[in-house]
Structures are given as structure tokens and as C-alpha cells.
Design a protein around this ligand. Structure first.
Ligand SMILES: NC(=O)c1ccc[n+]([C@@H]2O[C@H](COP(=O)([O-])OP(=O)(O)OC[C@H]3O[C@@H](n4cnc5c(N)ncnc54)[C@H](O)[C@@H]3O)[C@@H](O)[C@H]2O)c1
Length: 366
């Protein structure tokens, strides 16, 4: 156990800055290197954190040999950064969701991490929100009876939001593994986005403990009218034999159980969610038994569900899990949905999905 773990952060955009600030604010960590290919971002970060700076992640990492290699690049860069982390001798890699952009890349990331035995965490930090934790507490208390269904919806598109939804649905379902999924998708407008996705995807998940997962993400997902801020229009919950409990990312939590109805506040907030996420990294580095709640193995199980939904949407039928063979699911789905325009569920989605069909008939005719 070290007094202070040394951290390199790569990709000093929005999330890289969040991570670096949270590491620096925790007295168990020290940011000793920053990296970005954008000179202005690099300079801004270096003037804030000091230490080694550079635009080449490998050079920065090899020059400081960090305990923690953190990267917050866009999702097109994953296995390349994991290789650099391993080569630098880091004991833990902290990186952003989604795990990758397809199962081929995700399987390579997994292979590298398993072979090197380097610990890894993936930033599904919303779960630290007080409202997210309250729902988990209600489920664990048994107040819902036997949970039979978990569900999640979000207005944002898949590579941004589905990773989060599935992670918290699995958490509410006791981290259950999935046996199979079946999905549908629509709309090709977001395949050219840095978070390439179908405009809308929905599906069913059969969990090994018999619980059913129901998920919808994107342009056609139902509104969350209780929440104003568009990116936080997410609803995640659990239904049991004796009631339900759900969290709204931007609007607190509520539950109905035999004891009556209850509700409370809470809103996704990086400033509140990052400190405990970072603190749990120190705990895992200190003690192998204190596995981080956002560990890679769990994130990978969620990512497989997301990719299996894409395969099902592209090829039809149920897709069994775990995935055995590697594929490029986004490529498969982009080919399947080429020319297809999504239908919106709400007018509020129009600005985020400008390629949506203005009329249902146009969407149907592709
Ligand atoms: N967990 C969350 O709540 C949450 C929220 C937003 C975004 N994200 C995820 O965080 C990741 C980053 O998103 P962002 O919004 O911070 O993006 P961003 O574009 O603001 O930052 C990415 C940075 O990476 C840099 N970069 C790109 N290639 C690089 C390279 N080879 N070496 C060094 N730096 C490089 C870019 O110059 C940029 O500064 C994405 O995967 C996104 O999905 C997660």
C-alpha cells in the first residue's frame, strides 16, 4: 500500500479534466502527467496540474511510470491505450465508457487485461448518485419482494447512454449475467457520430436469474416528462412482486411498496459522483478484495449485452450470451439500416436527431 498513487491522465477534454481534478483532490493520488494531442487543452491541463506533459501517451507514460493510467479519449481509442497502460507498468487503468465500439475491440481489451492482470475500471459513475443508491437500497431491503423486471430508457443515443443504462440495470438485478437478448433498431443518422449508434434501439434481456430486462435508448425512447434537461431524461428501475422503485437521472427517485409510496431528490452531478468513484480506486489498489463497483469485468458483461442487442437488430432472432465470436456490430447495423430514417417519440428529440423522418410514411419506405 502506497501513501500516494501516481496518475497519468490522457485526453484532457471534458471527462479527462473531471478525472484529473478528482484524482488531484484526493490525497491518495497525485497527477504526475497529462497528455492530449490538442496543444491548447494540453497547456491548460499542464498549467493546472503540473508534472510531465506531452502529446504522445506512450512517451508520457514511460517517462513517469504511473500507478494509474487514466484515459478519457473518445471511444475510437481503446485497445491502443490499454497496451500503453500495460507497457508503462501501471497497476490500474481507469477509462471511460463505452468499453469499445464493437465486440472485436472489446474482446481484445479483455484479452490484454486478463493476460497482464492489470486492474481496470470503467466510468459508470452515475451509480454513486444518492438517488441511484436509494433505489439500490430499497431493492436490497426486500421491500419490492422478488424482483422480476428491470428497465431503463434514455433519450440520448446508444454509445452515450445504453452503456450506463445496462450497467445500472444489472446492478439493480444483483449484477446478474444475461443469457440472451433480442433487439430492434431504427435510423442511421448517428452512425457518423463519434459515438456511432443507431438512432433508436430497444430490446429484451433474459437474465440468468430469470429477471427480464427491458431497455430503450435514443430517438424513439419514451419521454421522461419529470426531467427538463434532455441528456438526463433517463429512467432506470426495478419491479418486484410487492412494488417498484426507480431513479430518474435528472429527477430524484420514487418507490411504491406495501408500506406506501415514497420519493426523494437527487440529480446526476459529476462533482458529487466523481470523488467516491476515485476513492474506490484507492481502496482497490490498497486491497485486492475491495473490488471496484465499476470493475471492467462487470462493464464488459454490460457491453456484451449492448453488442448482442445490435447483432439481434441486424440479423434478427435471439442472441445467446456470452458472445463467442468477435464482430463489428456497428458496421453490421449500419449496413442493415442504411437509408433508414427514425421516427421520433417526442418533439424535444428533433434537434438531437436532425435526420429523423418528418413523416411516418417516409421512414417506413426507407
Ligand atoms: N461517464 C460519463 O458520465 C461520461 C460523460 C461524458 C462523456 N463520457 C465518455 O468520455 C469519453 C470522452 O468524452 P469527452 O466528452 O471528455 O470527449 P472530449 O472530446 O471532450 O475529450 C477527448 C479528448 O481526447 C483527446 N485525444 C484524442 N486522441 C488522443 C490521443 N491519441 N492522445 C491523447 N489525447 C487524445 C482530444 O484532443 C480531446 O481533448 C467518451 O468515451 C465519452 O463517451 C462519459
Amino acid at each position: 500500500m502506497k501513501d500516494k498513487y501516481r496518475v497519468v491522465v490522457v485526453g484532457m477534454g471534458k471527462r479527462g479534466m473531471h478525472h484529473a481534478l478528482a484524482f488531484q483532490a484526493n490525497n491518495r493520488f497525485e497527477v504526475v502527467g497529462v497528455c492530449d494531442i490538442d496543444p491548447a487543452r494540453l497547456d491548460a491541463a499542464a498549467s493546472k496540474f503540473g508534472g510531465v506533459k506531452g502529446k504522445d501517451a506512450l512517451q508520457v507514460a514511460l517517462s513517469v511510470r504511473p500507478d494509474v493510467f487514466c484515459f478519457c479519449t473518445l471511444p475510437n481509442l481503446r485497445s491502443q491505450m490499454i497496451r500503453i497502460a500495460i507497457e508503462s507498468g501501471a497497476r490500474l487503468v481507469a477509462f471511460e465508457k463505452p468499453v469499445a465500439l464493437n465486440s472485436r475491440e472489446a474482446m481484445e481489451v479483455k484479452r490484454l487485461l486478463v493476460a497482464s492482470r492489470v486492474k481496470a475500471v470503467v466510468s459508470h459513475q452515475h451509480r454513486y448518485g444518492e438517488h441511484y443508491r436509494k433505489v439500490k437500497e430499497i431493492i436490497v431491503s426486500g421491500a419490492l419482494g422478488r424482483v422480476h423486471t428491470v428497465y431503463g430508457t434514455a433519450s440520448g443515443w446508444m454509445m452515450h447512454m445504453l452503456s450506463h443504462l445496462i450497467d445500472y440495470m444489472r446492478w439493480y438485478d444483483g449484477d446478474a449475467k444475461a443469457e440472451w437478448v433480442m433487439g430492434q433498431a431504427a435510423g442511421c443518422g448517428k452512425f457518423s457520430d463519434p459515438h456511432p449508434s443507431p438512432d433508436y434501439i430497444g430490446g429484451l434481456i433474459q437474465f440468468a436469474n430469470g429477471v427480464r430486462g427491458i431497455v430503450e435508448c435514443g430517438a424513439g425512447a419514451p419521454d421522461v416528462p419529470e426531467v427538463d434537461y434532455w441528456w438526463r431524461k433517463c429512467r432506470i428501475g426495478a419491479q418486484g412482486t410487492e412494488g417498484f422503485a426507480e431513479v430518474l437521472t435528472g429527477g430524484g427517485w420514487r418507490a411504491v411498496t406495501k408500506a406506501g409510496s415514497s420519493s426523494g431528490g437527487g440529480c446526476m452531478n459529476y462533482d458529487l459522483d466523481m470523488p467516491p468513484y476515485i476513492e474506490d480506486i484507492a481502496a482497490w489498489l490498497d486491497d485486492d478484495r475491495k473490488v471496484h463497483p465499476c470493475n471492467f469485468e462487470s462493464a464488459y458483461a454490460g457491453f456484451e449485452i449492448m453488442m448482442a442487442l445490435c447483432r439481434s437488430a441486424a440479423e434478427g432472432g435471439q442472441v445467446a450470451l456470452p458472445l463467442r465470436d468477435a464482430a463489428d456490430e456497428i458496421g453490421m447495423l449500419a449496413a442493415h439500416l442504411a437509408g433508414h430514417r427514425v421516427l421520433l417519440s417526442t418533439a424535444a428529440n428533433a434537434s438531437a436527431y436532425p435526420s429523423a423522418s418528418p413523416e411516418p410514411e417516409l421512414a417506413m419506405s426507407r
